[in-house]
Structures are given as structure tokens and as C-alpha cells.
Design a protein around this ligand. Structure first.
Ligand code: GAP
Length: 451
């Protein structure tokens, strides 16, 4: 399990500007969260890492950005209008509401009171399209991004000049009127998904299902999640969604126990067939080589952005004692770290500031940087450690003489001193994975105490 409890992460997120309660000054909005300056960077980085792995690094996957509001028939065809419901119970004494399938006993967990019989509650948010608020104008905020992909399958297939297998990837907001939210950003009512629908020829689906199970598990590991905190759990038959032929969850060992980060499902041909039936459009494909016509099967890796952010925060959190002081450090992968490099002049001395701002201007633009000259250098190091900044560049009085600066590594606390002219290229190489102790010409290792 991650070594940190949820309260510690929630408090760090608020204190350092990662995540705030939505509409906090009005007392909040149930199950909604706002990402602050650092959280917005971290979240973007998670989405970009996913997009890179799923779209940019592959020839067989393309991207899509579909609208959130769709024709309401989409949700009839997909089964959401009839089946996207959870069992809701009310406490007859204190009036609290719960998801019946999340309760361990048949009594109110808050006051022990008697519960009503469960009734099914549809999780889709409804709104109206246009000025008239009647039944004909009802539309839904999408509860998953997947359907935007299915209804565009033909558009993408015919315009991208691709053959099967073909994946269509999408990142975006989804909305679910969850009965109970909780565990910080784990279960909220507005969240983001990273979904990919991989369309394959029937008969090849088992092969591709295995492929995506491996790919998706390894994605989290490559970005720094410890293997022992991750597992792939097969769904039992009774757990399978109405459309799924098979499904695994990628689970993370959150402080509240093993919980779902991502679902990977073999959806068979369910979605395309449903949309063919309801729209009257033929969504089958013709395979030139074999002269066969068939409706593709779909393998779907569907991940939560917010849950991934939470897992990366929990897993990277580390506390240690350095020179008799507690050091909190987020060991985030450089690709995910909100700030890649902080430039820290030793002090606000008027001789140092021009050089420090020049050093900053030489590296900004290549990656996300921060210039910080407030408080003592020790405190500034600790602040950068706590938000996961991989490298701090220190400009000191000697820099005025030798035109060199010191780089400090967040994890090992090693320091190297290198010529300013080589700084940008050196930092780029290290952020891309170069060993910290590899030196550019003219560089040297700094020996001495930890900081
Ligand atoms: N298209 C399939 C689908 O939406 P899902 O298992 O319902 O499958 C996929 O959702 C992922 O979306 C989950 O693994 C989770 O990471 C994220 N997710 C679902 N509901 C969520 C919620 N209420 N809050 C935050 N993330 C959620």
C-alpha cells in the first residue's frame, strides 16, 4: 500500500495548490473538485502521457474530440437510459442516502436506522437543449466518452484511410450523478476519462484483449507506480457490464484498499450493432482481402484521469529525515511533475538577480519552470521537493565569477556544477532519462552534505 493516508494527501493538495474543493467559498459542491495551478499541470501531464502512449507512439490509433451533449437516442441505443442505474436506499431515521450494493449490513451506517427497499436510480445528469424545457428537449451530460467514439466510427474509418485493427482515443469530461461520492477525487460527479475503443476483426479479439491488458498495466509502471501496488483483477461473471464479453480492472492499492483505476473490456460487437439498429446506418466493415463483411469487435481500455492523478500522488509521496529535519518529497516521474526545473538565486542580492533571471530566461520555454527567490534556500528546496520538482538550479556568488550553476537532484540530493551554456541541453537530457551524475564538458560533482 502507498505509505501515506488520504488526509495527508488531501492536505498537501490544498496547501500547495494542487486540488481545491469546488466553489469552496460557498461551502462546496458535492463531489466536484477544482485543480489549482500545480494540479492543472499534473493533470495535463497525465493526459499528455496517455495521449502520447496511445496515439502519438502508435500507427493504429487516432484521436477524437467529440461533444459532451449528444442526440439522446445515443443513450437509448447504448443501454444507459434503461440500465445505467445504481440501487438507492434511504435511512428512515436520519434521511441519509446510500448505494445499497456498497453497504455491508442492511442498516444505516450513520445512525443504525432502518433502510427503505432499494430503488433503481439512473446516474445520468439531465438537462434541456434549447429554450423549451419539455420532455422532447431532454438531453444528457455524457456519462462516458466512449459513445462519442462509437457514433463516429464510420466518419473516422472513412476519413483516416486506416484498416482494422483501428483504435480511436478520446480524453474528456464525463458526468455521473453518483449516490455517494468520496475518497477525495476517487469518486466524483464530474470527472475526466481517457478512453480508447480498439476495433478488431472478430476472432482476433482475445489476442488484442491480452495486448491491451499488458500495455495498460505497463503504462502505470513506466510512469513510476510501484508494481506491488498494482494488480489486474478479472471480473466475475455477475460483475460484468451488460455489454461485456470479458473485463479486467487495473486496480491500485489505495489507502481504502484495492480499487479500480481503469477497466479493460472486450465489448464484442454490442455497441456498433446497437447503434446500427437504432440509427438505421450500417456500421459493418468490408474486408477487401477476404471479401468478408462483419461488425468489428471492440476492446476498450477506459481509465480515469482523476483516479490516475490520485494514484500518482499517493505512490510518489515519500517522507524521510535529512539533517534531522523531516523532508517530504513527491517522487513524481519527470514527465508528470508539474514543474520540471526551479531556478533559485541564493538570495535577492542585486548582483545575483540579473544573472539568475538570465539563467531562467535561457531555459524557460523548453519545459515548465519556476523562478523563486523568496525565503531561505533550504525552505525553497523543501517546497520544490514537496511538489515533486525533479531539479533545482541554484545561482550563487561563485556563478558571477565562473559562469557555472549548481543542479540539485530531488531524489538522490546529489549536486553537480555545470557551465551555464550547457544548462538547457543538460536539463533536457536528464528530464528525458539521462543519469544525473553524467556531466557535460566542464561540469563537476559537488561533494559535501545533503540539502
Ligand atoms: N466506457 C466504459 C466506462 O465508462 P467505467 O468503469 O464506468 O467504464 C471507466 O469507467 C473509468 O472511469 C473508471 O475505471 C474510473 O477510473 C473512471 N470513473 C468512473 N466513474 C468515476 C467517478 N464517479 N469518479 C471518478 N472517476 C470515475
Amino acid at each position: 500500500m502507498s505509505s501515506v493516508d488520504m488526509e495527508t494527501i488531501v492536505s498537501l493538495c490544498k496547501r500547495r495548490g494542487f486540488i481545491f474543493q469546488s466553489s469552496e467559498i460557498y461551502g462546496g459542491a458535492g463531489g466536484c473538485w477544482d485543480y489549482g495551478p500545480l494540479g492543472a499541470e499534473l493533470k495535463r501531464n497525465v493526459k499528455e502521457a496517455w495521449w502520447k502512449a496511445m496515439v502519438h507512439d502508435r500507427d493504429d490509433v487516432v484521436g477524437l474530440d467529440a461533444s459532451i451533449l449528444m442526440n439522446p437516442q445515443v443513450w437509448v441505443a447504448s443501454g444507459h437510459v434503461q440500465q445505467f442505474s445504481d440501487p438507492l436506499v434511504d435511512c428512515k431515521s436520519c434521511k441519509s442516502r446510500f448505494r445499497a450494493d456498497h453497504l455491508k449490513e442492511n442498516k444505516c451506517p450513520d445512525c443504525g436506522g432502518e433502510l427503505t427497499e432499494p430503488r433503481m436510480f439512473n446516474l445520468m445528469f439531465k438537462t434541456f437543449m434549447g429554450p423549451v424545457q419539455d420532455d422532447a428537449a431532454v438531453v444528457y451530460l455524457r456519462p462516458e466518452t466512449a459513445q462519442g467514439i462509437f457514433v463516429n466510427f464510420q466518419n473516422v474509418m472513412s476519413t483516416s484511410r486506416k484498416k482494422l485493427p483501428l483504435g480511436i482515443a478520446q480524453v474528456g469530461k464525463s458526468f455521473r450523478n453518483e449516490i455517494n461520492t468520496g475518497n477525495f477525487i476517487f469518486r466524483s460527479r464530474e470527472f475526466e476519462q481517457m478512453e480508447m475503443e480498439y476495433f478488431v476483426k472478430p476472432g482476433t479479439d482475445d489476442h488484442w484483449f491480452q495486448h491491451w491488458l499488458e500495455q495498460r498495466f505497463n503504462w502505470y509502471v513506466k510512469l513510476g507506480i510501484k508494481k506491488e501496488n498494482l494488480r489486474l483483477r478479472p471480473h466475475a461473471k455477475e460483475e460484468l457490464a451488460h455489454y461485456a464479453k470479458g473485463c479486467y480492472d487495473v486496480e491500485y492499492l489505495f489507502p481504502m484498499g484495492w480499487s479500480e483505476l481503469e477497466g479493460i473490456a472486450n465489448r464484442g460487437s454490442y455497441d456498433l450493432e446497437q447503434h446500427s439498429k437504432f440509427s438505421g446506418k450500417d456500421l459493418s466493415v468490408f474486408e477487401e482481402e477476404t471479401k468478408e463483411r462483419f461488425t468489428p469487435y471492440v476492446i476498450e481500455p477506459s481509465a480515469g484521469v482523476d483516479r490516475s492523478v490520485l494514484a500518482f500522488l499517493l505512490d510518489s509521496y515519500h517522507e524521510e529525515v535529512v539533517e534531522k529535519e523531516k523532508r517530504v518529497v513527491l517522487r513524481l516521474h519527470p514527465a508528470l511533475a508539474p514543474i520540471k526545473v526551479a531556478v533559485l538565486p541564493l538570495s535577492r542580492n542585486e548582483k545575483l538577480v540579473p544573472l539568475a533571471t538570465d539563467v531562467h530566461s535561457r531555459i524557460r520555454g523548453a519545459f515548465m519552470t519556476q523562478y523563486d527567490d523568496s525565503q531561505s534556500i533550504g525552505r525553497r528546496y523543501r517546497r520544490q521537493d514537496e511538489v515533486g520538482t525533479p531539479y533545482c538550479v541554484t545561482v550563487d556568488f561563485q556563478s558571477l565569477e565562473d559562469k557555472q550553476v549548481t543542479i540539485r537532484d530531488r531524489d538522490s540530493l546529489h549536486q553537480i556544477r555545470i557551465p551555464i551554456d550547457t544548462l538547457r541541453a543538460t536539463l533536457m537530457a536528464k528530464l528525458a532519462g539521462d543519469d544525473f551524475d553524467v556531466l557535460p564538458p566542464g561540469g563537476s560533482l559537488v561533494t559535501g552534505g545533503k540539502s
